[in-house]
Design a protein. Sequence first.
Length: 103
Amino acid sequence: MSEALVAYLRTLLGAEAVERDPRGFPRAVPPSDDALALVCETARREGWRLRIEGRGSWLAPDAPADLALSTRALQRPLVVHPADLVATVPAGVPFGALQAELA
């Protein structure tokens, strides 16, 4: 199934948004919110189990899934309101970038 899944995802997202992790597991890296929604809707319709990954710095080795879904390409600008002590941080923003912005 993984070859067919990868081929299908490449038709949906483009080749640059689909990869394999070091173990060969299929991973989608959608570049936009719309592409993310498309992967999630397709997974629901096809019955695929998703494993959500941020930047991939920590992954449960036994998480059962058909496809990894990475948020690392979803790096929209941070919204910071210092006077209110509020920051809106979208998925995919590296922790170091958040620290730098808040400093």
